[in-house]
Design a protein around this ligand. Structure first.
Ligand SMILES: Nc1ncnc2c1ncn2[C@@H]1O[C@H](COP(=O)(O)OP(=O)(O)OP(=O)(O)O)[C@@H](O)[C@H]1O
Length: 260
């Protein structure tokens, strides 16, 4: 077991607002975490720290082996897979699905004329097949459905075989069928012994795939609860974070929540 993320007293201050406040959190390489919390709690900001996209205003953040603020991020970034709607908006809609996934090998968005090795092409095609996208390889990204685009984003984020995979609301805006299809593939991926450490932000416990082992509930920039998923995703913890009485149920590894 190796540590992939270690935050010690991390704070993030933006425009005079404390967005994260003294967050201490450790993620190991055999753990798959889900982060939940109300709008504005700081979930995306926490993910940006883990992605080495921003530095903490205070405290220490070690991502993989590098301390943010001291390390050269050029080597670190390709070791981290990241999929979010904000990143997806930067993908040219006319680019083919195969190229969207393959360009991750060069950690670029917006430059689409690199010379690719056969090995990259083969790997991209294998990743596309794993994510049930092989038949769409030559289609334009912008012509895909929301569900297909979300799968392409994740396929792109795992193309480099990352040691840490970060997913910001991968199932947001999907219809029931597309959500379940995504969760099935993601659950299979997360459950495999070879899966990297994963941190996924979501708004709904129903969107947690199988294979996720830990949960962190963020509230107003601080941690309300963090640890093994069954200890953390309780009616008490979630009810307190969201400010209402909840019933939380788990069946066959999937969670559901509703007002009491
Ligand atoms: N650059 C910034 N300057 C000032 N405030 C910011 C900045 N970036 C984010 N914030 C504020 O920090 C808070 C946390 O934002 P963040 O996006 O991390 O929350 P979140 O939990 O992901 O929210 P949501 O669930 O709505 O996506 C919000 O109140 C947001 O308005």
């Amino acid at each position: 077991m190796a540590r992939v993320l270690q935050l010690s007293d991390v704070s993030v201050v933006r425009g005079g607002n404390t967005i994260l406040d003294s967050v201490s959190w450790t993620v190991n390489d055999d753990e798959r975490w889900v982060i939940l919390g109300p709008n504005g709690a700081g979930k995306t900001t926490l993910l940006q720290i883990a992605a080495a996209m921003i530095h903490p205003s205070g405290g220490t953040a070690v991502v993989l082996d590098d301390t943010l603020g001291k390390a050269d991020l050029f080597d670190l970034r390709p070791r981290i897979g990241f999929a979010s709607t904000a990143l997806a908006r930067r993908i040219p809609p006319t680019e083919t699905v195969l190229n969207v996934v393959m360009t991750a090998a060069y950690a670029v968005t917006g430059r689409w004329n690199e010379n690719y090795d056969d090995i990259d092409t083969r790997r991209a095609r294998r990743v596309l097949a794993e994510w049930k996208l092989d038949v769409l390889a030559d289609r334009r990204f912008g012509d895909l459905s929301d569900g297909e685009q979300k799968r392409v984003q994740i396929a792109r984020s795992i193309m480099t075989d990352p040691e840490l995979l970060l997913l910001d609301e991968p199932a947001a805006s999907l219809d029931l069928g597309a959500r379940e299809e995504l969760l099935q593939i993601l659950g299979g991926y997360a459950s495999a012994p070879t899966a990297p450490a994963i941190i996924m932000v979501t708004h709904h416990v129903e969107e947690i795939p199988l294979g996720f082992s830990h949960a962190l509930i963020l509230e107003a920039g601080g941690i309300r609860a963090a640890g093994p998923i069954h200890d953390v995703l309780t009616a008490d913890n979630l009810g307190a974070a969201f400010g209402l009485e909840l019933v939380v149920e788990e069946r066959d590894g999937r969670f559901a929540a509703r007002a009491a």
